[in-house]
Each structure stands twice: as structure tokens, then as C-alpha cells.
Design a protein. Structure first.
Length: 106
């Protein structure tokens, strides 16, 4: 019987730090296409997942300001940023288990 791999605890802060450090790298359009297909069709590697997450967060202006001289553009950018922040929140915040029974205290 093969020994089970020990699962590492997720470290969202390290993931975001790594993603930010990767921001200077350039991938080709074909790399991006393959990465997104692999992630969303269930055949991805952790590295592909990180690249796709980096791309999604970059689309959401997570590492730059959403400010613009045009106030309408600011609102548009903030909407995109909001979605990226929801993705980050989903990664960082482990849900609290709901109680199985109601407790009445008097």
C-alpha cells in the first residue's frame, strides 16, 4: 500500500505574495489559453492554477489603483475590483461550520 501524501495547509497570504511576485512574467496567448482550459476543465497543475488566478486578479485591478480622471471609468474599475476581492476573500476565509442543533439558552 502506497503511503498517502501529506496535504499541506493552504497559505493564502503566501499565494498572493507569490502571485504578486509573478506579475513581471509574460506568458504567451497560447499559454494563457491552455492554462484557462486546464483549470476550468479540471486537468490543471498548481502552477497553471496560480497563473490563471494571477490573470483574474490582474483583470480586477488588484495590484494597481482603480482611479481614473473619468469618474465613470473609476466606477467600472471598482466593479471589476470588487469581483477580484470576492475571489481573494473566498480563498482567505475558511467558512465556519454551522451548528447541527439549535441551542436554547435561558
Amino acid at each position: 500500500m502506497a503511503a498517502a501524501k501529506k496535504r499541506r495547509e493552504p497559505d493564502p497570504e503566501a499565494l498572493l505574495r507569490d502571485l504578486k511576485n509573478d506579475s513581471g512574467q509574460q506568458w504567451t496567448e497560447m499559454d494563457r489559453y491552455r492554462d484557462f482550459r486546464a483549470v476550468f476543465l479540471g486537468e490543471s497543475t498548481p502552477e497553471q492554477g496560480r497563473r490563471v488566478l494571477h490573470e483574474i486578479l490582474a483583470w480586477g485591478h488588484i495590484w494597481r489603483t482603480a482611479m481614473d480622471p473619468d469618474p465613470y471609468q473609476v466606477h467600472f474599475n471598482e466593479g471589476e475590483r470588487s469581483l477580484s476581492l470576492k475571489v481573494v476573500t473566498a480563498i482567505e476565509n475558511e467558512p465556519v461550520p454551522k451548528p447541527t442543533q439549535a441551542t436554547n439558552r435561558r
